[in-house]
Design a protein around this ligand. Structure first.
Ligand SMILES: C[S@@+](CC[C@H](N)C(=O)[O-])C[C@H]1O[C@@H](n2cnc3c(N)ncnc32)[C@H](O)[C@@H]1O
Length: 722
């Protein structure tokens, strides 16, 4: 019935609302004239007159079945069907004196009423997303379901505002096309769907196939705090009086749920979103205390809930800044020789934090398919890969597969955001998680993988928590760049993955994990000493040769695809340092290597070793070996990330600069490939820069800068709080 009501045009509704008893005939016939063309109307008449389904034909079992169907539809976000099913169930639910039936009717009414909230919220989310037409439809339904006059009036006024915005955008769209702007390469914005995701609460999904690098969302901030400055205003009447209306609405919205709200029951794991139940978990203790004091003074629990909301939803605004020295372009464009002191240092400058209403509906994935960035204060979100219709659109809140192991990713997200990540990377086996921190098999003739207790536990947990998933994944693993990992035999018996810590997955040899860990730690200390020495500019041959030996140890105990080793190897000379070797003056190698370094830019936590050993390698001046190792490193990364990942682009920047320094004509190939990767990930549209993965912003910018595609002073990058 509500659906049908929502289909009645406003003009007709107004006529009915303004009519009196004298107009009854004419208004009824206008209504009938409109309704009789609707199939839904005829269906409703059939339902009402059908003896089985009509009001008097009660059927408890059928009502229960409909209720279950409605609940299911509700949790999947199919509110249309949920509403129709609840209404149908109410029609046939018995209302006699049996208690259970009474409570059935009450529950049906309650659930149907709770749909109001869902429609209302979806309407608001659609409005924030610019899907004004859908927003109007949703709020119209919510208005029809709202019983109180005040509530109806409030929704009506919201509808008016949205209708105004809708007219504005239609006008702008028309203008856009008339001005010929519709022909710009920039794909037009796609109207996303806000849907209920299993285990993640609400989330965004694509309504259609979306090509890579499409702009899928653009939004102005709801609130922005620049730097550390936050202003508070007080009046003698208290906070409530001076809060702007829209902030009051926001507070009302985030605090309006109660435990009986079925919406909340659907998504228990993110209750802090709605109820603040877990707020002590997401907030630092000082804020909890401050919140408690404020709560006593002003807004009760609402204050803390609001702060929790902000904590979970705020995004950090980062601006990219370059202090580069520009050299005249050579035949390869903006590249230059190492000795020319061309640098491409890029710093991330935090600008502030902001809240985006619709932007905060995007869930996290450790294998994201979208990237959020920021120009001035506007949030932009683009796809980083082709996204099929109906797929969730998810960005990374920080950790990503290939950069951190699964356990660390889960811990970070739990510590920082208080949710257990349910993304595909954390629920399915993937090659990267298996080899990222793997040890080498002790058998010199075997190239198999040995996992330590931590990694094997977290992989086994995936299998335990997400049964049924691994088989498909193992098949996938077997097909994934297997020329490099054909030795990685994954045994699957009775749907359980045969992983034992310390045992080679290939030949089953046992490795003394304790001894390996110890050796790794000692080797790593040598790397860290070298780092300190570089910082203090006091590099001795002992420190360097110790680091070189340390590398040898790491090579012998870590699997060759271990990320830690990979980061080290390419930077380190393959030849052990000869005793008595005299290292050049640190200032000279620093100058030479400036090209390779830019602050805070490495995609994982091992940048210290990379810095140190790359610089050490530069000291040796063996660029041929550097080139070979760089190529080897690219091969490993291809295996870990695929051919087009930005991590490869980053290595290609290094490779091409080394090749250029050697006068190697193959530099052009590396640059071309680099160009393809960056062009794919980086779009220039209306002076903006699109970056592809959260933690690789700087690398993309660096590549783009080297390709002459971007002025680093211009763009700002946005990334979620990390
Ligand atoms: C910024 S909000 C995203 C929108 C949210 N799902 C909602 O319904 O409002 C972040 C919250 O969504 C949920 N979430 C996001 N990504 C998730 C993931 N990968 N696994 C589990 N929960 C997730 C968590 O409750 C998290 O605190």
């Amino acid at each position: 019935m509500e659906k049908l009501k929502s289909m009645v045009p406003d003009r007709l509704k107004q006529i009915v609302a303004d009519s009196n008893a004298d107009d009854l005939h004419s208004t009824s016939s206008s209504l009938l004239h409109f309704l009789k063309n609707l199939s839904q109307f005829h269906q409703m008449i059939r339902d009402l007159t059908d003896l089985e389904a009509a009001l008097c034909a009660k059927n408890k079992d059928a009502a229960l079945e409909l209720k279950q169907k409605a609940n299911k539809c509700y949790s999947h976000g199919d509110y249309d069907t949920a509403l129709a099913s609840y209404s149908q169930a109410l029609r046939i639910a018995p209302t006699d004196a049996i208690d259970m039936d009474k409570s059935l009717v009450a529950t049906l009414y309650l659930n149907r009423a709770s749909l109001f909230l869902a429609w209302y919220r979806r309407g608001k989310a659609n409005a924030a997303l610019g899907n004004y037409k859908d927003a109007i439809h949703d709020l119209d339904v919510a208005k029809n379901m709202e019983l109180s006059l005040g509530g109806k009036k409030q929704i009506e006024s919201e509808l008016k505002i949205i209708a105004g915005q809708y007219e504005g955008t239609s006008y702008r769209r028309v203008q856009h096309i008339e001005n010929g702007l519709g022909n710009l390469n920039e794909p037009h914005q796609i109207n996303l769907l806000c849907v209920a995701m299993p285990d993640k609460g609400r989330g965004m999904a694509s309504p259609c196939d979306i090509p890579q690098a499409s702009l899928v969302h653009k939004e102005e901030p709801y609130a922005l705090a620049r730097g550390e400055t936050i202003s508070y205003y007080r009046t003698k009447n208290g906070i409530d009086d001076i809060l702007p209306n829209n902030l009051k609405e926001y507070i009302a919205e985030v605090t309006s749920c109660s435990d009986s709200d079925p919406y909340v029951e659907c998504f228990p794991e993110h209750k802090h979103e709605c109820l603040g139940v877990h707020w002590p978990a997401v907030l630092p203790s000082e804020i909890v205390l401050a919140g408690r004091i404020l709560a006593n003074l002003y807004l009760k629990e609402e204050t803390i809930i609001l702060v929790s909301q902000i904590r979970v939803n705020a995004m950090a605004v980062i601006r990219m800044k370059s202090t580069d020295v520009h050299c005249p372009p050579d035949q390869f464009g903006k590249f230059s020789h190492i000795g020319d002191a061309l640098t491409s240092s890029v710093d991330q400058v935090p600008v502030g934090k902001a809240i985006y209403i619709a932007g905060s509906l995007f869930n996290h994935s450790c294998q994201p398919n979208i990237h959020a960035y920021f120009l001035s204060r506007t949030l932009f979100i683009r796809t980083t890969e082709h996204v099929a219709a109906g797929c969730p659109l998810e960005l990374s809140y920080g950790p990503q597969v290939g950069q951190w192991g699964c356990k660390d990713r889960l811990k970070f997200l739990e510590d920082k955001y208080s949710f257990r990540c349910q993304c595909i990377g954390c629920s399915q086996l993937n090659l990267s998680d298996l080899v990222l921190n793997a040890f080498h098999c002790v058998n010199p003739n075997c190239d198999g993988v040995v996992l330590d207790g931590c990694v094997s536990n977290s992989e086994l947990n995936k299998l335990r928590n997400f049964p049924g998933v691994p088989k498909m994944q193992v098949d996938e693993l077997n097909n994934a760049h297997i020329d490099n990992v054909d030795h990685l035999v994954l045994e699957l018996s009775n749907n359980s993955f045969n992983i034992q810590p310390g045992y080679c997955l290939n030949c089953g040899s046992n490795c003394d994990l304790e001894a390996s860990h110890k050796a790794m730690r000692n080797a790593w200390i040598c790397m860290e000493r070298l780092q300190d020495a570089i910082v203090s500019k006091e590099i001795s041959t002992t420190i360097l040769s110790d680091a070189s030996k340390g590398l040898g140890v790491l090579r012998s105990i870590l699997h060759r695809y271990n990320r830690r080793l990979q980061r080290v190897i390419w930077d380190m000379t393959p030849e052990p340092l000869k005793e008595g070797f005299i290292w050049p003056n640190p200032t000279i190698f620093r100058q030479r290597m400036r090209l390779f370094f830019f602050k805070e830019t490495f995609i994982d936590g091992f940048n210290g070793a990379e810095d140190n050993l790359a610089q050490a390698f530069c000291l040796v001046g063996d660029f041929q070996s550097a080139r070979d190792h760089c190529k080897a490193s690219i091969k490993i990364l291809e295996m870990l990330y695929g051919n087009d990942h930005i991590a490869i682009g980053y290595e290609l920047v290094k490779l091409s600069t080394i090749q250029l320094s050697l006068g190697d004509p193959h530099a052009a190939d590396a640059i071309n490939r680099l160009g393809l990767i960056f062009v794919r990930l980086l779009l220039r549209a209306s002076n903006e820069v699109c970056v592809a993965t959260t933690s690789s912003n700087v690398m993309i910018l660096k590549g783009a800068y080297l390709l002459g595609q971007v002025d680093l002073e211009g763009p700002c990058i946005f990334k979620p709080t990390t």
